[in-house]
Design a protein around this ligand. Sequence first.
Ligand SMILES: Nc1nc2c(ncn2[C@@H]2O[C@H](COP(=O)(O)OP(=O)(O)OP(=O)(O)O)[C@@H](O)[C@H]2O)c(=O)[nH]1
Length: 351
Amino acid sequence: MSGAHPLTPVILLTGFLGSGKTTLLQRLLDDPSMAGAAVLINEFGEVALDHHLLDRIDDTVVLLKSGCICCTVRGEVADALLNLESLRARAEIAFDRVVIETTGLADPYPVLQTLTAHPVLRSHFAHGGVLTTVDAVNAGRQVDHRAEAVRQIAAADRIVLTKTDLAPPGTEAALRDRLGRINPTAGLVTSADPVPAILADFGPALLPAPREGGHDAAHVCDATCNHDHGHDHGHHHHHHPGADTLGVTSFSLVIADAIDWTMFGTWLTLLLHKYGDKIFRVKGILVIEGEDRPVAIHGVQHLIHAPTHLDHWPEGPRQSRLVFILEGVSPDLIRRSFAAFTGLQEVRTAA
Ligand SMILES: Nc1nc2c(ncn2[C@@H]2O[C@H](COP(=O)(O)OP(=O)(O)OP(=O)(O)O)[C@@H](O)[C@H]2O)c(=O)[nH]1
């Protein structure tokens, strides 16, 4: 690899579960200024959906499937960036910036450290700023209860307030005030703003400062973490038993038969009404009876978003896939309730 290119900025797109990262990413990629962006998407769970929710699928969109709910694993990010760089050096792809979408429970700092500390990466890539989505409907509760949400806001160079159209009147001003206290230096825009306004003068305010007690001190993982520490290039990844992501888990339902929309909608509404405090995120791509196109659904705690049609079916068998991220409620309970309510059988081997 040669150093013929100027340093390529890497933008980190982070934000709590369901706060609108993929939606914003799609808008950013549709903007002419981002036409040359390569994209890395980190997703947790055995069934990855986010890359199917993006219109653009080519060699510059890379899915990192770490199996880790709370991290964007540094080794994988480094490998993916090095791979993009070598493809570019061979003129097989072209890109002028990179956007990394983290998982909704990720701490953005380790990735920033990888960029600045990795001996090869830092001669090709530069920290291009942290963009954090904050959900105007759910952020108050998330900031109260989830340290990851606070870290993501604290790391932001720019905060994009999403779902202001859905937030109860009067709550936005209080939230802005709170965000200003967590991170007074980040610029604040809303997802309703045009992309050029969201990206105007965007860039890192300062290189991330080391945190007290060592650069990784606040990083937490649960028992499912499977980091490849061999790629860490001198960084140590600490596991903190009993830390705040412990107990957050993900599972998926895969259903072969077409689903009755009304029945499904009723089931999901009842489920989130009862367990919305514990179900941080549900998303799915569904095969609905009488519909030619896949239907994407999103729930975030008690909030169910309007379903949307996707233009293309994902590769592989035409099945419905639902992914849950939850804490303190058993996946089996949800499986049983789905089966009892809909009468549909699950395909137990996830794609
Ligand atoms: N009304 C409204 N809905 C939004 C807005 N931003 C995102 N959404 C909806 O919120 C839901 C979740 O959005 P995503 O973009 O998938 O969120 P995410 O942060 O990528 O989710 P995870 O990757 O699971 O953490 C989708 O139904 C979006 O359409 C917004 O500004 N207003």
